[in-house]
Design a protein around this ligand. Structure first.
Ligand code: ADP
Ligand code: MG
Length: 589
């Protein structure tokens, strides 16, 4: 068969295969257009999972007659005026969405460029005919009978319900990218314009995240409602900025559904970011569980290529390794803020609220609202809850005076929970989980003991495996493994962590495979984590052990001063606070 140039409608249908895979991709492209047009209110209605109808109305700038005629031409866009593909600041730039969608559906566009005083217009995309319309301002794109012209594709659609879920997900991702914009989907999912970020996150991820997301601000963080000012900018290279919300480690999902990632405002699915997120939580969450997040990475447009996939959901970073370590560092810092610092700050902020709590408490003597908690961060930790040398003191004498954030010990129940009272309510501490976390953090903060090898251990690998391992050599050094290339196809290990024997050759092969698949490796740090965690678990106060008041008090004060104290290193919670509000509710006060 001779070569022939394909006709335009066929080219568009082929392009549509990449750009508009599913109804959700149509919704995504049309919302992106509305955002690019400056809309701050977008109303989306779909029927039958988007198969029969997708209708999107925006209050953006609208289109002139010339633009309306051009918008469904292939590779026609108003967004690349400089022609510079490495300096993209709009959601769209490929000029492919409208012609692609038009080629696989019955589409009409109503629009009016009110700013020019022009009148409303309506375009029938099948015929190209433009007629006057009563449309008042902004744009409405109506897509009917999607894929009816391409039956093969129609066959590949999933159930209406499944397609609808995809649409909801697409809307949620875009809604999280722009809290300043209002979104209404089928009159059921409503995200009002200018909604505070924290509220939008709860609306999107569910009520269970309320008060359990840690906010990262460029250089400071807010934990739930508690703000923590860090007098330190997390990133000395100000060209990268990370902000948003991440979940407390005790809040997690079985899949990655609630991980929302954005690069320069664009929702993305990116393995560098996902990998960094996972690595940041490695100490506090098992690998089968997924943290929640709405994370926004900002960097100069030139450092990221968004023109990688037609759907624009993938990106390439110029310096993925730097981005990865920047994100890990920032998130780890946020997760590590010791409790004492978190509550200290809250105390300063809402003394009035606390005074309220104090008034409602009649059962116990509570600390006075003016009392400083700051003292605890510099306290000498008391270590005498090691049970070896003490006889439990069952006398109900309260040895401690300066209550920290976890409050004043009241006693122990079931020989496994410590009961305490703080300004907010009743505190219940799992003694084993608490001690385990403290032990783990102590082990971890100790320098890794390195053992130089008299004869370097040479591991034969494929050249591409060598390249992959060398890419993460610095991270491996931090975990105690010093190595370098040894010819084309081997790696020599010069130092390994002392008292730790592994099949290092197998480990390097695993690391190489992981780096090649995901661009990074957490194999070694995960193994290290498991080793420390096992040790910490073994050497910790067990459930079932009786503790005296002084031991319990010491344990509480230590938790307050410990990093990542909210959960044990298996991710289970260490303590819970039952607020007075809730107690009052029990007694209908
Ligand atoms: N909702 C809208 N409001 C105003 N103009 C729009 C809208 N949707 C599309 N357009 C115009 O149509 C052009 C083509 O849209 P599209 O095919 O999605 O390509 P791209 O978004 O990549 O430019 C856009 O560049 C824009 O000028
Ligand atoms: Mg577009």
């Amino acid at each position: 068969m001779p070569i022939r140039v394909l006709p335009d409608d066929l080219i568009n249908q082929i392009a549509a295969g990449e750009v508009v895979e599913r109804p959700a991709s149509v919704v995504k492209e049309l919302i992106e257009n509305a955002l690019d047009a400056g809309a701050d209110q977008i109303v989306i209605d779909v029927a039958d999972g988007g198969r029969t109808l997708i209708n999107i109305i925006d209050n953006g700038g609208g289109m002139s007659r010339e633009d309306l005629a051009r918008c469904i031409m292939r590779h026609a866009t108003s967004k690349l005026d400089t022609g510079d593909l490495l300096n993209i600041t709009t959601m769209g730039f490929r000029g492919e969405a409208l012609p692609s969608i038009a080629s696989v559906s019955d589409m009409t566009i109503d629009t009016r460029k009110a700013k020019d005083g022009a009148s409303g217009l309506s375009l029938n995309c099948s015929t190209g005919e433009i007629k006057p319309s009563a449309w008042e301002s902004g744009t409405r794109v109506r897509v009917e009978n999607l894929f009816s012209k391409t039956p093969a594709r129609l066959k590949f659609l999933r159930s209406d319900r499944a397609e609808m879920m995809g649409i909801v997900d697409a809307v949620k991702r875009l809604a999280l990218s722009r809290p300043d914009v209002g979104f209404i989907l089928n009159n059921k999912w409503r995200f009002p314009k200018g909604q505070p970020m924290a509220e939008r996150i709860v609306a999107i991820m569910g009520d269970d995240v309320q008060g359990r997301m840690i906010e990262l601000r460029y250089s400071d963080m807010v934990f739930g409602i508690r703000s923590v000012s860090q007098n330190r900018i997390p990133n000395p290279n100000t060209e990268y900025r990370l902000f948003g919300f991440i979940s407390e480690p005790t809040l997690r999902r079985a899949g990655s559904v609630d991980q929302y990632l954005f690069v320069n405002g664009r929702p993305v699915k990116d393995k560098v970011l996902v990998g960094a997120l996972r690595a940041a939580y490695a100490d506090v969450m098992s690998t089968r569980e997924f943290p929640l997040c709405a994370l926004y990475l900002e960097l100069p447009p030139r450092e990221v290529d968004v023109n990688v996939s037609p759907a624009k959901t993938e990106v390439h970073f110029l310096e993925p390794a730097r981005i990865r370590s920047f994100i890990i560092r920032t998130l780890r810092d946020a997760l590590a803020v010791p409790l004492a610092r978190q509550v200290e700050e809250r105390r300063v902020q809402s003394a009035g609220e606390i005074a309220q709590h104090l008034k409602s408490s009649f059962l116990f003597t509570a600390p006075s609202a003016g009392e400083s908690v700051a003292t605890h961060s510099v306290r000498e930790p008391v270590k005498n809850y090691d049970l070896s040398n003490s006889v439990p003191n069952t006398e109900c004498r309260i040895p401690n005076t300066g209550q920290g954030p976890l409050g004043r010990v009241i006693g122990q129940i079931g020989n496994k929970y410590i009961i305490a009272e703080n300004h907010a309510g009743l505190v219940v501490v799992d003694q084993h989980a608490a001690h385990e976390r403290i032990t783990y953090e102590r082990l971890r903060s100790r320098e890794i003991n390195r053992q130089p090898l008299l004869v370097p251990l040479v591991v034969k690998l494929k050249p591409e495996e060598v390249a992959a391992v060398i890419e993460v050599a610095e991270e491996l050094t931090n975990s105690g493994l010093k190595l370098d290339v040894f010819g084309e196809d081997a790696i020599a290990i010069y130092e390994k962590p002392a008292d730790w024997d592994l099949d290092w050759a197998a480990m390097l092969r695993d690391i190489a495979a992981e780096v090649r698949a995901t661009g990074h490796s957490s194999k070694l740090s995960e193994k290290l984590h498991l080793k420390l965690a096992g040790h910490a678990c073994h050497h910790s106060v067990r459930a079932g052990q009786r503790l005296d008041m002084a031991q319990m008090d010491a344990l509480l004060r230590d938790i307050e001063a410990t990093e990542r104290a909210g959960q044990c290193n298996h991710g289970r919670p260490v303590y819970k606070v039952i607020p007075f509000r809730e107690l009052d509710g029990w007694f209908e006060r």
